[in-house]
Design a protein around this ligand. Structure first.
Ligand code: SAM
Length: 346
């Protein structure tokens, strides 16, 4: 007699906790290495080595989520890329993974360009939260950073997202000198739109060191500039004294006193939050990584394609449990991660 998937009663997943007490809760999937923009810090000048063929089908990705949730206790999924919205079938995939009652959070990272058009279908499919990348309010600078993108389409996407999703945040990669010149604009935008803006330290993701050294600015320096502009940061909620670390991500968030602005900082280069890291990443070509800035990876393509539940689960446990307490940023600067961010998934 055939047994339907829905008839299978699964044992509760046993929590995966590493030797530093960190519990696996969260899987981040790069669902494509294709992108409709080509940001300098993400994509090397010669372009990403995409084959334009997806090695993992939506069914493969669905299987990975199924193992993560039912066997390893994951509670959250973030979908990223490349640009996830360029891959046809995204809404159907999200609708599928929403069948897992234990999955309390499905989030998306996008450049926003296609969000005005696709937002309603993604909301209906079950996306809870959206992070949208925006590094400047200057149309020319935007086109330069993204190698040809339209600022207006990104802003239209943000506007659409505000009406559609429970939570929307802006991801701003802090690029010197742009971010310094526009800091007050970002605070005003956060206040006006009631959207949290998170400043992310630039990472040396591939072999373009000059770009990294020319544009990197630390979160401490950024805070100094905010201070000079007269903005006072008030820690959010009941978190640690330096600010509250919310949700499943690595940001520390603040309110800007006297305004409705909320500012988050992701200081993964200068002050890592490794000791609260609860996630694993799957690259668009099927490699399981413990971290963006750690070189270790396990090729999961074969086990996923064979639907080898035990092997996938075991590899995920191993990859999570064997993580070092933190990555070494000096090594990360010296030896950038092989594949670009586009394939790894930011
Ligand atoms: N295309 C989507 C987008 O633009 O948000 C999702 C993929 S993108 C790789 C995800 C995030 O990674 C974005 O917020 C992007 O700004 C960030 N990112 C990419 N390269 C980075 C780098 N070298 N350093 C810091 N953040 C980076």
């Amino acid at each position: 007699m055939a047994v339907a998937e829905s008839d299978i009663v699964r044992a509760a997943p046993s929590p995966v906790v590493d030797r530093f007490g960190r519990r696996f809760r969260y899987v981040r999937l790069s669902v494509t290495d294709l992108c409709n923009l080509s940001c300098h810090y993400c994509n090397p000048a010669q372009g990403c080595a995409s084959t334009h063929q997806h090695k993992l089908s939506w069914d493969d990705l669905d299987f990975l989520v199924d193992v993560s949730v039912n066997d390893l206790g994951a509670e959250a999924v973030r979908i990223t890329g490349g640009e996830p919205l360029v891959r046809p079938g995204l809404a159907g995939f999200i609708r599928g993974i929403r069948r897992h009652a234990a999955l309390s959070d499905v989030a998306l990272t996008t450049n926003g360009v296609l969000l005005e058009r696709m937002g309603p279908a993604l909301r209906d499919a079950g996306v809870d939260r959206v992070n949208i990348s925006l590094d400047t309010f200057d149309a020319e600078r935007f086109a330069d950073i993204t190698r040809g993108g339209s600022l207006q389409r990104c802003l239209d996407g943000i506007e659409a997202a505000r009406t559609l999703f429970r939570r929307v945040k802006i991801n701003c990669v802090a690029l010197k000198p742009t971010v310094i010149a526009e800091l007050a604009d970002f605070v005003r935008f956060s206040h006006d739109k009631r959207i949290e803006v998170r400043f992310i330290e630039l990472m040396p993701i591939f072999d373009e060191k000059e770009y990294f050294h020319a544009h990197f600015i630390s979160i401490d320096d950024l805070r100094h500039h905010l201070d000079e502009l007269g903005f006072t940061l008030v820690p959010e909620g009941d978190g640690p004294a330096e600010g509250n670390t919310t949700g499943y991500g690595p940001a520390t968030t603040y309110r800007v006193a006297g305004t409705e602005a909320r500012i988050g900082f992701i200081s993964q280069m200068s002050n890592t939050k490794c000791l609260s890291c609860n996630k694993l990443r799957l690259t668009s070509d099927g490699a399981l990584k413990p971290c963006l800035l750690m070189p270790e990876e396990i090729d999961l393509l074969g086990p996923i394609h064979r639907r080898d539940r035990a092997a996938v689960g075991q590899a995920m446990r191993w990859q999570f449990m064997m993580r070092a307490d933190r990555y070494d940023t000096a090594i990360a600067v010296g030896q950038p991660v092989g594949r670009g961010m586009q394939a790894t998934g930011g």
